[in-house]
Design a protein around this ligand. Structure first.
Ligand SMILES: [Zn+2]
Length: 388
């Protein structure tokens, strides 16, 4: 079956070959989908016939969002912690242990139902590719089952046994790193594509992070790093040195960190939901973009520090608070996320790409930042199938 989406007022292709600017914007456009792939992109007047057709009514069509950083295998919530923090207390990494206890106590069915619910929430807001991390199990069995459950929903699964030191190892962090790089890694690697570590004061230092990442790489996983969220530290430079696809957070950067990101292949993934939800200063996207770094935007959806599943929300905050233009923010939330996952089949609208598309109830992608908080998703196709 083929599908023609015609009368697209404004099409974001993310391919400069098809239109103007880095977004490859095309007016009065059409797209043809065949099976799960995009078959044709161009001006509506020149569109070929198809089995079915949809009239976009002059509205904007974009690639589905690529949310490259989430923590969706968990149970319970942290309403009380959020409420306390918004009443004046500061955020530290220790709150993760609350979710670990709830996650360990939950059944597989409960964890799977939670994950399914949040992925559906994301889809309704235009997100068609989601990375999901473990990291609330912190034991071999609980990390492995988290990844097994996640891998039933997405190919982008990340082993984050090194989220914080597991509660049983509170007095023996070296022993925990040994577990994470040994038995736990062996149990998790078959269910994961990526390895990640929270390189931060209160979590894992540079040497421990290097040990976690190099062990993961040796087991066939690809590295990505939680880096420089709460303080300046070695995370970003370690990520670049090890060829990580992404350094995530990048809130507290030295000039050397910015230069390393600009010169290397590692994407700077910014997660403004975390700063929003912890009343922390936002990362300076403008500084990174002006230096030539590649930037992605993601939700960091998790129950502790960023309980939003909304890419449009993150995009609007990035424009308002982080110095991004609307075009840059849309690019970062689509093509940027794809780059942060080393994916070439998503985050763009071009022949051969996956037919992951979102239609907005708006004439332009700029409305995503211009109309914050307004549900603009009119339709979503995932792999050519209409899902919303
Ligand atoms: Zn995270």
């Amino acid at each position: 079956m083929s599908l023609l989406i015609s009368n697209i007022g404004s099409l974001v292709t993310n391919d400069p070959a098809f239109g103007t600017g880095p977004l490859g914007l095309l007016a009065d456009a059409a797209v043809v989908v065949e099976g799960d792939r995009i078959a044709w992109v161009g001006e509506a007047a020149a569109a070929p016939a198809a089995d079915e057709s949809v009239d976009a009514g002059g509205r904007a069509l974009l690639p589905g969002f690529v949310d490259s950083h989430s923590h969706l295998v968990f149970a319970g919530d942290r309403t009380a912690e959020f409420n306390a923090r918004m009443s004046g207390q500061s955020y530290t990494a220790g709150g993760i242990r609350t979710t670990v206890a709830a996650t360990r106590a939950a059944s597989d069915a409960e964890l799977n139902a939670n994950l399914t619910r949040y992925l559906a929430e994301m889809l309704r807001q235009g997100t068609t590719t989601v990375e999901v991390k473990s990291g609330y199990g912190l034991s071999t069995a609980d990390e492995a089952r988290s990844l097994r459950i996640a891998s039933g929903h997405t190919a982008e699964t990340t082993y984050l046994g090194a989220h914080v030191v597991g509660p049983e190892y509170a007095d023996d962090p070296a022993g925990y790193v040994e577990l994470v790089t040994g038995e736990m890694l062996a149990a998790c690697a078959p269910h994961a594509r990526w390895v990640d570590v929270f390189c931060e004061r209160g979590a894992f230092d540079g040497d421990q992070a290097r040990a976690v990442l190099t062990a993961g790489i040796a087991a066939g996983l690809l590295p990505r790093v939680h880096a420089n969220q709460l303080t300046q530290g070695p995370g970003v430079r370690l990520a670049v040195e090890l060829g990580a696809a992404s350094a995530d957070h990048c809130t507290h950067l030295s000039d050397a960190d910015v230069a390393a990101l600009a010169d290397g292949d590692t994407v700077a993934t910014l997660l403004p939901g975390a700063e929003f939800s912890t009343r922390a200063p936002y990362p300076d996207a403008r500084r990174l973009l002006d230096a030539g770094a590649r930037v992605a935007l993601s939700t960091d959806c998790n129950p502790g520090s960023s309980f939003t599943s909304s890419m449009p929300f993150c995009l609007a905050v990035a424009v308002r608070e982080m110095g991004m233009t609307p075009d840059e923010a849309v690019h970062a939330a689509t093509a940027g996320g794809a780059l942060a996952l080393r994916r070439t089949d998503v985050g763009r609208v071009a022949p051969g790409a996956r037919a992951d598309l979102q239609l907005l109830d708006a004439p332009s992608h700029v409305h995503l930042a211009y109309r914050p908080g307004v549900p603009l998703t009119a339709a979503v196709w995932q792999g050519g199938v209409r899902r919303v």
